[in-house]
Design a protein around this ligand. Structure first.
Ligand code: SAM
Length: 284
C-alpha cells in the first residue's frame, strides 16, 4: 500500500516580537518531520527559545529550485514539512514560491499557519484606506529604475505598501514626493513589534524632509504606506475615448493606450483594445 502524501505547512514567524509566534505555529513546527528554513542558523535560534528540536534544511533564493524538488519528493513519500522564512510570512518578499507552486501542481495539501506580516501590520495601523490596496514589495535600488516604477504607479488609486531598506529611505521618499506630489499622504512604519517601533505620518514632502534631518527614522526595518491617487479621471472629466483618438493620430495603439492609461487612470489593456477597434474604424 502506498503511503499518503504529507502536508506542506507555510508557517509565519515573528517580525520582531517573539510573542507573535502562535501556539499553532509552535505545535506545527514541533510536529512536522522537517522544517525548510531560509537561514537555518536564524531559525535555529527561534526553535531553541521554544524548545523545538525538529530537523531543518535550508531553502533560500540561491538553492530554491533544486531544494524544492528534494522537498517535494519527501512530501510525496509521506513526510509533512513546514516552510518558514527569517521573519514574517514566507513568500511575501521571501523564498518559498517554487516549493508551494510545485506542491500544488502535484496535488499536495498546502496549509497556511498565518501570523505576522510587516506589510499587513503597517497597513493596519497606517490610517489610510484598506478596502483596496496593492503590495509593491521592494522598489529598485537604482534611482532611474525606481523612478520608472513610481511613474507607473502615479495614477494608482489603491493604497500602496512598499518594503524599503533603511539606507534608501530618504531617496525613495524624495522620489515619491516628486512623482506622486509632495502633498500625498503616507506613513513610514519602522521596527514594527520591536522595542523601538515608531510610525511617522504626514505629507510625503514633510516625511522626506523629516527623514533627511532625523537619522533615527531610517534605522531598522521599514515599511512605507502611501495613499492612492484620489484625483480620478472622472473628477478631471477626462474622456478616455477622445484622448485615445487624439493620440492615435500620431502614435501606434500600444503607445497611445499606455499614455491614455497614465492620464485617465483607466486600464491599459482595456484602452489598448479600444485603440485597436478605433484604429480599425479610422483606417480607410
Ligand atoms: N516575509 C516578511 C513579511 O511577512 O513581512 C518580509 C520579508 S522582507 C525580506 C523584509 C522586509 O520586510 C524588511 O526590509 C522591511 O521592509 C519589512 N519588515 C520586516 N520586519 C519588519 C518590522 N519589524 N518592521 C518594519 N518592517 C519590517
Amino acid at each position: 500500500m502506498t503511503q499518503p502524501a504529507g502536508t506542506l505547512y507555510v508557517v509565519a514567524t515573528p517580525i520582531g516580537n517573539l510573542g507573535d509566534l502562535s501556539r499553532r505555529a509552535q505545535e506545527t513546527l514541533g510536529r512536522v518531520s522537517l522544517i525548510a528554513a531560509e537561514d537555518t542558523r536564524h531559525t535555529g535560534q527561534l526553535l531553541k527559545v521554544f524548545g523545538i528540536e525538529t530537523a531543518m534544511m535550508s531553502l533560500h533564493e540561491h538553492n530554491e529550485e533544486r531544494r524544492s524538488q528534494l522537498l517535494l519528493a519527501r512530501l510525496i513519500a509521506g513526510e509533512s514539512i513546514a516552510l518558514v522564512s527569517d521573519a514574517g510570512t514566507p513568500l511575501i518578499s521571501d523564498p518559498g514560491f517554487d516549493l508551494v507552486a510545485a506542491a500544488r501542481d502535484r496535488g499536495i495539501q498546502v496549509v497556511a499557519v498565518p501570523g505576522a506580516c510587516a506589510a499587513i501590520a503597517a497597513l493596519s495601523i497606517a490610517g489610510l484606506p484598506t478596502d483596496r490596496f496593492t503590495f509593491e514589495g521592494f522598489l529598485a535600488a537604482k534611482s532611474s529604475a525606481r523612478r520608472a516604477q513610481l511613474e507607473m504607479l502615479q495614477t494608482q488609486e489603491r493604497t500602496m505598501v512598499f518594503y524599503e531598506s533603511p539606507h534608501r529611505l530618504v531617496d525613495s521618499l524624495s522620489d515619491m514626493s516628486s512623482i506622486f506630489g509632495g502633498d500625498r499622504r503616507a506613513v513610514v512604519c519602522r521596527e514594527l513589534t520591536k522595542q523601538h517601533e515608531t510610525s511617522y505620518s504626514g505629507a510625503l514632502a514633510h516625511l522626506q524632509e523629516q527623514s533627511a534631518r532625523d537619522t533615527d527614522m531610517s534605522r531598522g526595518e521599514i515599511v512605507i504606506v502611501v495613499a492612492g491617487n484620489s484625483i480620478q479621471a472622472s473628477t478631471l472629466n477626462i474622456d478616455a475615448d477622445r484622448l485615445l483618438r487624439a493620440l492615435l493620430e500620431d502614435l501606434p495603439p500600444s503607445q497611445a493606450a499606455k499614455i491614455a492609461a497614465k492620464i485617465s487612470g483607466e486600464k491599459r489593456s482595456e484602452l489598448y483594445e479600444r485603440a485597436m477597434s478605433i484604429g480599425k474604424r479610422q483606417s480607410p
